[in-house]
Write a protein that binds this ligand. Structure first.
Ligand SMILES: *Cc1c(COP(=O)(O)O)cnc(C)c1O
Length: 422
């Protein structure tokens, strides 16, 4: 058993001054039990905790990291940007370059605005959709997570699912009065009050749930029928499933797209963009207000551009092959060990579902055996492999997870499976 004293001491100190000891709830290990590791440093596929224990990391900052931790190209870009100042409150060439890169790679994005988190991206995309359409209603899907803005915290995935909450205290009924929740993978009938439909085109916050054939096409057609905008939340899938995101591989063109995670290279960032006529409803061109002191931050744009510079189509294809093979072998091994488990993959994303039948929506996703997940999670962690401390997250193999690294994880997983209680 590894030592854990520094981790525990930090967690005690953290709880004195930070609610629950964490800056984001899932990190506290509430749903898997035990106490969290505190990260001291990370490199490539590895991270080290405060006690010096080393882990093979499949969390990768919940998908913000795709090149592996502390990639030298990204680190150098951030360090050299920092030396020129960390924020100015004035436009920079760096944000123009990142915006040009996003517009070049994602055909549906004609104009883009940079913000500082995925939450801000979805919140602002909805505001501009409402401002453009002059309508109030918003449709979201159960189990999709779009950050923690009030109007979107209903039937959310990720941490909201992990904590078993329907929504959140502190969100008033008025704030969600214009939010309609529909089951994933069923095209809802919209009406002419609907400003927009927001969806994760591949759902990755209720485990991994792929869109059923015709679902996204159906949303596009139904939105067009009533004049509602289609918003893809690609905060995870953008530059994760390929250079044009989920929309590129699935061939459905949204009006607006939300980005985050990968496009900052691990520095806080978000972005939303799409049709120029819609985006031009934003101030200072149009009447929809949206702003940010640190928006377009030079460290974030430097980190993001460095990350994108290494994301070629070839590398995505390669990673996708590795992720697919990893998912297949992991499923086979765990099932051979007697666990009732499914390991779906979609592109480079890998899920982990404790149950016989892959879910197609949130009701199915919630049937995952959370106890079995927790048991497997700890069996892996003791053996030096870190997955997310919540059953509704996915795994993020990246460019640092070579076949050799993935094979090592598979060996550990086979051993961990034999001591997992299901
Ligand atoms: C992570 C995530 C968000 C929120 O992004 P933050 O940067 O955590 O605010 C929004 N949408 C999806 C799909 C996400 O996975």
């Amino acid at each position: 058993m590894s030592t854990w004293s520094e981790n525990d001491e930090l967690f005690e100190r953290a709880q004195e001054v930070i609610p629950g000891g964490v800056s984001s709830p899932v990190r506290a290990f509430g749903s898997v039990g035990g106490s969290p590791y505190f990260v001291a440093k990370a490199e490539g596929p590895h991270l080290w905790d405060a006690d010096g224990n080393r882990y093979l990391d499949l969390v990768q900052s919940y998908g913000a990291i795709i090149l592996g931790h502390a990639h030298p190209v990204v680190v150098d870009a951030i360090v050299s940007a920092a030396a020129d100042g960390t924020s100015y409150g004035a436009p920079t060439e760096g944000e123009v370059l990142l915006a040009e890169e996003i517009v070049r790679r994602v055909p549906s994005i004609e104009k883009v605005r940079l913000v500082s988190s995925g939450t801000e991206a979805t919140m602002s995309a909805i505001r501009v959709a409402r401002g453009h359409t002059k309508r109030d209603k918003l449709v979201k899907f159960a189990g999709c997570y779009h950050g923690h803005a009030d109007q979107l915290l209903v039937a959310g995935g990720s941490g909201v699912a992990t904590l078993g909450l329907p929504g959140s205290a502190g969100v008033t009924s008025n704030q969600v009065a214009d939010t309609v929740v529909a089951p994933y993978n069923v095209v809802p009938t919209l009406d002419e009050q609907t400003a927009c439909v927001i969806v994760e085109p591949v759902a990755a916050n209720m485990g991994l749930v792929a869109p059923a054939g015709g679902f996204l096409e159906g949303l596009r057609a139904e939105g067009d029928r009533v004049g509602a905008l289609l918003v893809f939340d690609e905060v995870i899938t953008g530059f994760r499933l390929g250079n044009a995101g989920a929309q590129g591989r699935l061939g459905v063109r949204p009006d607006l797209t939300c980005l985050g995670k990968v496009i900052g290279g691990g520095v806080p960032v978000g972005a939303f963009g799409g049709r120029a006529d819609v985006m031009d409803a934003l101030a200072p061109v149009g009447p929809v207000y949206q702003a940010g002191t640190l928006s377009g931050n030079p460290l974030a744009t430097a980190g993001g551009r460095a990350a994108l510079s290494l994301l070629t189509d070839d590398r995505f294809a390669d990673l996708e092959k590795r992720a697919g093979r990893f998912a297949e072998q992991l499923e086979r091994q765990l099932r051979d060990a007697g666990l009732d488990v499914r390991v779906p993959s979609f592109g480079t994303l890998v899920g982990l579902y404790f149950g016989a039948d892959l879910p197609v929506d949130y009701d199915g996703a919630k049937r995952t055996d959370e106890q079995a997940y927790a048991s497997f999670f700890h069996a892996l962690l003791e053996r030096g492999v870190a997955i997310a401390p919540g059953a509704y997250e996915v795994m993020f193999p990246g460019l640092a997870h070579t076949d050799e690294i993935l094979d090592r994880i598979l060996d550990v997983a086979a051993d961990a499976a034999s001591s997992t209680r299901a």
